[in-house]
Design a protein around this ligand. Structure first.
Ligand code: CA
Length: 352
């Protein structure tokens, strides 16, 4: 009898464990990006692949590019509404719905990628992001960093603040507002029309990302002044997860998912660094007339002043946004001391 009891217990254990091992969870992910927009879409695909492999096929994620769902800027709504379980996009796209979502991508004169990752994962940033997104019934996680984005391609050299007055430039978002305060005529043009607009002088300048993504656009052929970055020092993409879909997953698959997202995020930073190095080498060889320039102190100071005014103005309208901005600022102050004495002084010394 005792033996029989042990035997049935063993059988039931084998049955339940094999059943739970066999149950496959299928999730769908919508991304903002087109099917070939490397490295952005790669981060989403990499995450899905890692999750499937780490779960031994138990967690399958289908990644839909924007040509499939036709709503590149509808990701938050679709994940919130449950049409998709997961999303890959960028937090600053939702600033019109929730201004507190703005700082989780990157802020002008804000943290660098290593500083921002340490803020997210060890400095309380991730918890703050969940707090902001809880009202949307989704979870939000870092989704891959572009690192420092370049300040943009200009057809003419910008020597003084006067050169910015009336300059027609494509620069979206918060950075565009900073530029507008300096007298720039800020316009937004669809990505597919940017090259022609620049070529026909509809615009005099534009910012895109950095060599890795700029090279395919061809701006280097017609606007040779390539200014260094200030406005998106570490643009972080974003994974979104519908809370209900997340709760339906067994604990170990939740862990697989969050681990895959974390690995894929940091991996995009590494992938894009490599892509930038290769693209820049090719770009400068093929276009030796490109000049890499940095905005003068006069211009940078004016940008910083306009940036501070805009931040104060927005903060006065949203206590939650103020909380995030203040939290980032306080963290950056601490982390920057270390950045200065480590990376900065190391490079400064070695670049002499
Ligand atoms: Ca950009």
């Amino acid at each position: 009898m005792k033996l029989f009891f042990k035997f049935t217990l063993l059988i039931s254990f084998i049955l339940t464990s094999s059943l739970s091992a066999e149950k496959v969870y299928k999730l769908k992910m919508a991304t903002t990006w087109g099917p070939t927009a490397a490295p952005l879409i790669d981060s989403a695909k990499n995450m899905a692949k890692l999750a499937e492999e780490m779960s031994n096929g138990q967690l399958k994620i289908r990644v839909d590019a924007s040509n499939k769902h036709k709503a590149p800027l509808g990701i938050l709504d679709m994940v919130k509404g449950g049409q998709y379980d997961l999303g890959h996009s960028a937090s600053y796209y939702w600033k019109g719905k929730d201004i507190a979502a703005l700082p989780f991508t990157s802020m002008p004169f804000g943290m660098t990628a290593p500083e921002q990752y340490s803020w997210f994962y060890y400095g309380g940033g991730l918890e703050l992001m969940q707090k902001v997104y809880s009202k949307h019934k989704v979870l939000s996680f870092p989704g891959g960093s572009t690192g420092v984005q370049m300040g943009g391609w200009f057809k003419n050299e910008i020597k003084s603040l006067d050169d910015l007055k009336g300059l027609k430039m494509r620069i979206p978002g918060f950075a565009g507002e900073v530029m507008a305060k300096l007298g720039v005529q800020v316009t937004n043009i669809a990505p597919g029309e940017l090259f022609t607009a620049l070529e026909r002088n509809t615009i005099d300048a534009l910012e895109w990302v950095g060599p890795s993504m700029d090279i395919k656009m061809g701006f280097q052929k017609i606007a040779p002044f390539y200014y260094t970055g200030w406005h998106e020092p570490a643009s972080e993409m974003q994974f979104l997860v519908n809370k209900k879909a997340y709760k339906k997953l067994p604990k170990h698959l939740q862990k697989v998912l969050t681990t895959a997202m974390r690995v894929a995020a940091y991996d995009m930073y590494a992938q894009n660094y490599n892509m930038n190095a290769i693209a820049w080498d090719k770009m400068k060889t093929e276009n030796p007339n490109i000049k890499v320039l940095t905005f003068s102190k006069e211009i940078m100071d004016a940008m910083k002043k306009a940036n501070a005014e805009l931040r104060a103005d927005l903060s006065s309208k949203s206590a939650e946004l103020k909380e995030v901005l203040d939290h980032q600022e306080a963290y950056m102050k601490k982390a920057r001391e270390w950045t200065k004495m480590s990376d900065y002084l190391y490079l400064k010394d070695n670049l002499k």
